[in-house]
Design a protein around this ligand. Sequence first.
Ligand code: AP5
Ligand code: MG
Length: 226
Amino acid sequence: MNIVLLGGPGSGKGTQAKTLSEMLHVPHVASGDLFREHLKNQTSLGETAQAYINRGELVPDQVTIGMVRERLGLPDCQAGVILDGFPRTVPQAEALEGMLSELGRRLDVVAYIEVSLETLLKRLSGRLICAQCGFVYNLYFGPPKIAGRCDACGGSLEQRQDDRPEIQRHRIEVYWEQTVPLIDYYQRLGKLTRIDGEQDIAGVQGQLLTAIRAAGRRTRRKGSKS
Ligand code: AP5
Ligand code: MG
């Protein structure tokens, strides 16, 4: 299965992709995580991306597409992929179609996780991440047992640099301007499934799984007719 999770900053893409990846045994490829990995490793790509990420703006398409193309070419992506945060612009979506068709594949489902502005802001403001193991908490929706400490490994919890209030708002504006047009784009291609992202994590997961299974059945039917 080749799946795209579409949604605003804080809509729950990463949370859902992590679980789906474990359940479906396909890798979770998150463009934001790939950028953060480059930043940590101080690569030249990381240096290029840093200023954009810190300002809450999108990294230029060429850089992002090149990075994702490389990741999708790795052997673990052969059986499928769950894309989180990519594509985020129409040129990225067009590039993705090209990449997949070069590999003889196509997108099975684009799940748009719909969440109100109020909820996005609350989730972003409450998010804390363990500096040691990467586990994601939320002060409002899933707090740690001991403030500031990871339940799993005892590591210290940190706020993501781009979750600061002034950057949060800008990321959401950028999302409205540059990513929301993708909703129409995929709707016209007949690939879009809307998911009610206001539900709790388990509720969103259930709806996503139903959509993915339905897409899988459609793909198998098409395959058996051709
Ligand atoms: P990226 O890391 O992709 O950030 P984002 O899209 O802004 O999304 P987030 O990671 O903030 O949110 P999420 O939807 O994953 O939510 P999460 O599951 O963590 O990108 C960062 C930057 O990199 C961009 O700004 C840009 O600069 C650059 N970049 C990345 N991709 C790019 C691209 N394609 N092109 C160009 N530039 C790119 O959940 C949030 C919180 O809510 C958590 O605390 C979680 O526990 C909680 N939560 C989740 N679901 C629920 C629920 N159902 N109920 C209650 N709480 C919930
Ligand atoms: Mg994320």
